[in-house]
Structures are given as structure tokens and as C-alpha cells.
Design a protein around this ligand. Structure first.
Ligand code: GCV
Length: 764
């Protein structure tokens, strides 16, 4: 049993006094629990119990989920409802969902949960709140899960209990020691603290002329007597970089800030490093910081919550990306040193290491909104347990446990999930350019230039002459020099830099010839068409399973796949149009900028609609859309000149968070579809922009049409009359006190109508 260690287990089919028995053995309760969960999973997959011989133990010590949950139950980058932690009712009322969550997490091997946002509030450290944390810890404990807390670096000052936040000040040191004592009295198995400091405007040790090591060590010393740890985040960077400085580079920040501190941290400090040097993009190279800390334990941080990868409205199976990161061999000192062995502590002989995922589950019944997104949480647990587990096995097990053992169901879902990261990457930001989302909005749809010309440093430097960040040592920011020699040489040279990271490392002309043989811009056009097509294909693949899936989950997933198909076209067109305009290079296949089946709303005959600009221009077809400001609604009509047949009619409109416009599509005066633009899902924010985040497609399938038919779209806006701010105070009553709040209106906006074939739309 020695190999099972503290958390492993053995499952064996044996017999006792002539009777077959199944043995679960372990060195601890936790090991037994994991063994029991494994046994249940095997049984659920129909594995015979007669020949069990499973010996397993986790490879990573810390398998921790981060919740970016705030005290008011909002969640930063959460897409499945409000926080499950109902702090206002704790500790008196302990929601039974905590037990469900603990059980689900333990079943995939999670052994720690950071309860609150890394952008932390100091309120959690007050006695009243420690009692609340203790109530959650009591639920987690039987499941082998320790609770952790994100702490504000200068909490004692923030709470008014010291006169400074300087980590070297004796008052501050004493405060943290007393606070640790207090926490451990309430929660004897408390895991420790996570710290985000000197990052994105958060205060940090730099304001006192101190280093991350000073800040981490004061906490670590306070936790050490109780075996607690500090997970200090390597995500320290300046978000006010100078765009005009061609040497400025956010990607450098991790190594620049931490490498010189290697060896200066207390033993119970673990540096928590985001997988890539920027921020959970669809693809980034692996952070060079993994190779720069030889004397400090490390944890990798990934993001199950799909902030930049479709926010749980697009299916993207992220373990494919994570395993690519884990398998990356950093070649430290020319030796085999894959990330997965660095974070277990093996490469640099560290006593501990970790695998952390930002999870951001919410109150929605399935925790993450998209039924397929739960495969990300499951896959995280499996990789944190064993980074070498095969992706095929992980997804197949998840599919069987979630959707049953029907071979067609399993084959179909497995294949869709396994390809989904590459599909998403190809219709959003291929070639290492980053996810070309609106980084100044809520990181959802395309908004290409939002990343440029500001201090955030998510630049890709798309100019007339070419595109990509020159991060070479020879002529660029020197970032590539932060990698160990072999990797640095590979990335520095255009001859060996992989196509899928090219624009992360090099600035090249648009007609640059890739290793694939294609010109860069053509490859981008093709990738976006292929990616959008592949996303569209999820719909018929899913429909092929209709009779084998329960109606509730079938319909929910179907609607999400339809949404993804439409939104992938928004991405495809925005990025292709932008590249077409900046490069001036035509698509050799003539698709970009030519949409023969598209009828622009602004070109249709209108009853009341007015033309408006879409900003940024690339997120609206032709840069324009129409809006209706008339209470009774407006119409768009067109007389078709098409051969008779069945068509899929797609209406591209904008669904903003506020307001519920109504649309009706009619043929020759007979309505064929009515729907409401009632999106309130979490990515949406209270702004009324028509852009790539709100552009939405509704497809009405198999519509019989012929030449001469009149197609009419009627839009009825939602014009909200709100109580005029201050009306009551000013003594205004009734209609006098009402006015239209421009930010709350939804003017039934329309971009275009498209008749198949195009994108997902095929003639019937
Ligand atoms: C919690 C990104 C996200 C932020 C997040 C930050 C972090 O910038 O957009 O919401 O803040 O990363 O990881 O600290």
C-alpha cells in the first residue's frame, strides 16, 4: 500500500470465505473515498466487477478550484448564475447544494477550494465572516476538501487595524500571525491564502518598495505552524504599458517580476502561474516562468470558466489545450522538463506543487450553464490527478457518466468535444494572434482593435505592413530570450517557429508563407470558414442523437449549438473583413466580402427603420444595421428573386441585455416565425452596443420560397419608460416623471437576412 500514499487507493476483485468481494483499500479516509468514487464510475460504465485491479494515486498534491466569487454573490467571469456561496445567510443556513458540490468535486479528486475572488475583499477576514467560512469548511471536510481564502494584500490596513500595509512592518506581521491563529481555531484544516497583488490596479508590496517575496513570506510564516500554504499569483503586471514603446511587453512580466526572487520565498509559498504569459487566450505559448523558478514550488493556473473561450455558450473542451501546455517540454538546461513534471515538483525536486483551475460555477442546476462545459471541470480533475491521462479516455468516461453508454452517443459527443478547441481557435484567433475579442467589453464576441493602442498590452500590432508582436531577441521585445535556450532558438527563428504561435512571436507581412504552404492571410480566411463550418456541423451531429437524449438536455444543448453556429459566423466575418481591409489581399476563394445570399437590412424597403453605424465596423455586415424607434414597430421587406425551393432563412439581429424586442418573419403576409430578443445571460452587460458581443442569429429552417415572394421582417422595439432619476424628489408625478432611458432601450436592431446556402445553411 505504500504506493497509494496519503490519497491513493487500490480496487481489487477478490473473495472472502468463497464469496466474490470487491476490495477498496487505502491509507486514509480520503483514499477510500476516491476509491469508492472510482468504483462507482466503473460500475456506471458497465465494467465487470470480477476482474478489478486498479492501483491509483494522484500525481499532484494540490488540486484546487478557484472561485472568483464576491461577497454580494456576483462572480467575476462567472457564466452560470450567481455564486453558490450565500454568505449573508451563512453560518445559520447552510445550503444543501454545498454538499452536492463537495461530492461532485471530490468525485474528480479536487482537494481544495478557494472560496472567493482573487480580487479580494478584506471583509472575509473579519470574525463574523470567518464563522461563515467555517460553516462551509465543515461541509467540505468529509469530502477531503480544504477551504482556502483569497486575501487582500493590505487587509490589516484596509480593515483599519494597522497604520500601514507594509509587509515588513511589525504591526502587520503581528496582525497576520494573530489572524492565522484565529482562522485555524475556527477551521483547523484551513488550506491557506491565495494572493493577487500589484496586478490590474490592485495594491501590492511595490507601493512600499517591497517585493512579492516580502509579501508572500509574511503570510507564509503566519500559516507555517498550521501547515497552511500561500498561493502567490505570478499574474503581476502593469496594465498601463506604453503602446508606443516597441520594447514594452506584458508577456515579459512574469519572469521580470519573479525570476530574481527564486529561492527567496518561504518553503510554504507556491507561485501560481497562469498557463500562458498573457491571459487564458485561445492559444498562447507556455509561460516561461515555469522554467525560471528552480527553487520555488509552482502551481499551474488554468481557467475552466470560459472567459475568453466562449463563456459557456460555445462548446470548447479545454483539457485539449491544458494537456498541450502540460506536455510542453521547457528543456531547462537542455534536459527533459515538461510543465507537468515541473508542477508536480519532480523536475526541480520541490516538495509540493499544484494544479489550480478558476471554476466559477454558479447557481444554475448544472453548475456551468452549457451541458458540455461540465466536461471541462471533469477533465480538469482528471488531469490534476494524472496529467498523463489520455484525452480520449477522459472525454469518453465523462460522456458515458453524463450521457449514458450508447455507442453512437459516446462516439458523437467524444468526437465533437475532442475537436472543439481547435474549432474555436480557428474561428476566433488562430496563429497565436490571441483571442481577438473585445477586451474592453466583456471578452465575448469579436472586437479586434480593442486590444491595440491601450495600456493593457494584449497587443498584436496589426499594421499596414504586417501583423504580430515582434518578441524576438534580435529585433523585438526580447521576450523569447526568457525561455531556455532550445525553446528560445526554436521560437526566435521563423524557420522553426510553429505556425500556430507565429503571430505571438513575430511581426510578419500578410502574405507571409506559412510552413503549411499557405499565405498567412489566406490561411486566416480559410481557418475562419472551416471553423465556422465545423461549429455549424455540431447542430446536425447533435440532432442525430435526438431519440437517445432526454428532451430537457437535448433542447438546451441544441439551442446552444444553434447559437454557437450563428455566433461563429459573426466571428468569421468580423475577423475576415478586418484582415481583408487591413491587408488589401483578396480571398482566393472569393468568399470574404461577397455574400450573394445576404440581404442587408439597410438595403431593404423599410417602414420606419433607420440606418445606424455598427461599432466596431467589422462586427456588422457592411458596418451598418437598422434600428426602429417607433413604439408600434417597423418593417423590412424584400421581394425575392430565387429559384423555388426550401431555404434556411437566417435573421442576423442584435440582442442586447436590456430590453426584449419582438421579431416576426412573414412570407407573403403569413407569419412563419415570431421570437423575442430576450438575452440576459451573464456575458451580457448593461450597455446597448450593436457589436460582436450582441450580434445573434435566428435560423428558420426549410422555408418554402419562390421568386416573387415577399419576405417581411417586423421588429417591435422595447422602449422602456423609466422613472426619471430624481423625478420623485423634484415632485414630478405620472407621465411627467417618466422618460426614455437611452441605455435601457432595445430598438429591434437588424443586421441582415440570409437565405441559405451559407455558413450552416444548406438548401433542402
Ligand atoms: C480576477 C483577467 C480577468 C480578470 C481577472 C484577472 C486575474 O484579467 O479578465 O477578471 O481578475 O484576469 O486573473 O486576476
Amino acid at each position: 500500500m505504500a504506493a497509494a500514499g496519503a490519497e491513493g487507493f487500490v480496487l481489487e476483485s477478490t473473495n472472502w470465505e468463497g464469496h466474490p468481494v470487491t476490495l477498496i483499500a487505502a491509507n486514509s479516509d480520503q483514499g477510500l473515498l476516491y476509491g469508492a468514487f472510482r468504483l462507482l464510475a466503473l460500475m456506471q460504465q458497465g465494467e465487470p466487477l470480477s476482474a478489478l485491479d486498479v492501483h491509483d494515486a494522484p500525481r499532484l498534491k494540490l488540486r484546487v478550484l478557484d472561485h472568483w466569487d464576491n461577497p454580494d454573490r456576483s462572480i467575476e467571469r462567472g457564466y452560470a448564475g450567481q455564486s453558490i456561496w450565500d454568505f449573508w445567510r451563512l453560518p445559520g443556513y447552510v445550503d444543501p447544494r454545498y454538499t452536492d458540490y463537495a461530492r461532485a468535486d471530490a468525485s474528480i479528486g479536487v482537494n481544495g477550494i478557494v472560496l472567493n475572488n482573487v480580487s479580494a475583499s478584506s471583509v472575509y477576514l473579519t470574525p463574523r465572516w470567518i464563522a461563515k467560512l467555517a460553516a462551509i469548511a465543515a461541509v467540505m471536510r468529509p469530502y477531503g476538501i480544504r477551504v482556502y481564502l483569497s486575501v487582500l494584500f493590505n487587509s490589516p490596513l484596509d480593515l483599519g487595524e494597522t497604520s500601514t500595509g507594509d509587509p515588513r512592518d511589525p504591526q502587520v506581521i503581528a496582525w497576520w500571525h494573530a489572524k492565522a491563529d484565529e482562522i485555524y481555531r475556527a477551521i483547523p484544516d484551513f488550506g491557506g491564502f491565495t494572493v493577487k497583488a500589484d496586478s490590474e490596479g490592485r495594491k501590492g508590496p511595490s507601493q512600499y518598495g517591497r517585493t512579492p517575496a516580502d509579501a508572500a513570506n509574511v503570510l507564509a510564516r503566519a500559516l507555517a505552524p498550521y501547515h497552511g500554504v500561500v498561493l502567490y499569483r505570478g499574474f503581476v503586471y502593469n496594465n498601463h504599458l506604453d503602446w508606443h514603446d516597441l520594447k514594452a511587453d506584458r508577456a515579459r512580466a512574469g519572469v521580470d517580476n519573479f525570476a530574481s526572487l527564486d529561492g527567496k520565498f518561504e518553503k510554504n509559498v507556491i507561485i501560481q502561474i497562469k498557463e500562458g504569459p498573457i491571459d487564458f487566450q485561445a492559444r498562447e505559448p507556455v509561460s516561461p516562468l515555469f522554467a525560471a523558478l528552480l527553487h520555488t514550488p509552482q502551481a499551474i493556473e488554468v481557467q475552466t470558466s470560459q472567459e475568453y473561450t466562449g463563456q459557456q455558450r460555445h462548446m470548447v473542451w479545454l483539457p485539449s489545450m491544458w494537456q498541450w501546455v502540460l506536455d510542453t517540454d521547457m528543456r531547462v538546461d537542455g534536459k527533459h522538463s515538461p510543465v507537468k513534471e515541473i508542477i508536480t515538483g519532480k523536475t526541480f525536486n520541490q516538495p509540493t506543487g499544484g494544479f489550480v483551475s478558476v471554476v466559477n460555477v454558479g447557481m444554475e442546476p448544472n453548475w456551468l450553464h452549457h451541458p458540455m462545459a461540465m466536461a471541462n471541470l471533469y477533465g480538469y480533475g482528471k488531469l490534476a490527478w494524472n496529467p498523463d491521462e489520455s484525452l480520449e479516455k477522459i472525454i469518453d468516461t465523462w460522456t458515458r457518466l453524463t450521457w449514458g453508454n450508447d455507442p453512437q452517443v459516446d462516439r458523437t459527443i467524444d468526437a465533437m468535444q475532442l475537436g472543439s478547441w481547435n474549432v474555436y481557435e480557428s474561428y476566433t484567433g488562430p496563429n497565436g494572434v490571441g483571442t481577438l475579442t473585445n477586451i474592453l467589453g466583456y471578452h465575448f464576441g469579436p472586437g479586434i482593435e480593442s486590444a491595440e493602442r491601450n495600456g493593457w498590452g494584449q497587443w498584436f500590432r496589426g499594421e499596414k505592413d504586417g501583423i504580430g508582436m515582434d518578441r524576438t531577441v534580435a529585433t523585438g521585445t526580447g521576450y523569447i530570450g526568457q525561455y531556455p535556450k532550445e525553446l528560445a532558438e526554436k521560437y526566435e527563428s521563423l524557420a522553426t517557429c510553429p505556425d500556430d504561435l507565429l503571430l505571438f512571436f513575430h511581426h510578419v507581412p500578410y502574405d507571409y508563407k506559412l510552413h503549411s504552404g499557405k499565405a498567412l492571410v489566406q490561411s486566416i480566411y480559410d481557418a475562419h470558414y472551416d471553423g465556422a463550418r465545423a461549429a455549424a456541423d455540431y447542430v446536425p451531429q447533435w440532432e442525430s442523437l435526438k431519440d437517445k437524449i432526454d428532451p430537457e438536455r437535448y433542447e438546451k444543448t441544441h439551442a446552444l449549438f444553434e447559437y454557437q453556429a450563428g455566433h461563429a459566423i459573426v466571428w468569421r466575418d468580423a475577423i475576415n473583413n478586418w484582415f481583408h481591409q487591413i491587408s488589401g489581399i483578396d480571398d482566393v476563394q472569393g468568399r470574404v466580402g461577397h455574400h450573394p445570399n445576404r440581404i442587408e437590412a439597410e438595403s431593404m424597403k423599410t417602414g420606419g427603420y433607420r440606418t445606424v453605424d455598427v461599432v466596431p465596423w467589422e462586427t456588422g455586415s457592411g458596418g451598418k444595421a437598422v434600428e426602429c424607434h417607433a413604439v408600434k414597430g417597423c418593417t423590412l421587406t424584400t421581394t425575392l428573386e430565387r429559384p423555388a425551393g426550401r431555404y434556411d432563412v437566417a435573421v442576423q439581429y442584435f440582442d442586447i441585455w436590456h430590453g426584449v424586442s419582438t421579431y416576426t418573419l412573414s412570407v407573403n403576409g403569413a407569419p412563419i416565425a415570431t421570437w423575442k430578443a430576450d438575452d440576459t445571460l451573464p456575458p451580457a452587460q448593461p450597455d446597448s452596443h450593436l457589436d460582436g458581443q450582441t450580434s445573434t442569429r435566428r435560423t428558420i429552417h426549410h422555408v418554402a420560397l419562390k421568386s416573387g415572394d415577399v419576405l417581411e421582417l417586423r421588429g417591435v422595439p422595447d422602449l422602456r419608460l423609466e422613472l426619471f432619476h430624481g423625478a420623485q424628489a423634484s415632485g414630478l408625478t405620472g407621465a411627467q416623471g417618466l422618460r426614455m432611458e437611452p441605455n435601457l432601450q432595445e430598438y429591434a436592431p437588424v443586421d441582415y437576412i440570409e437565405l441559405g446556402p451559407d455558413g450552416p445553411i444548406t438548401p433542402q
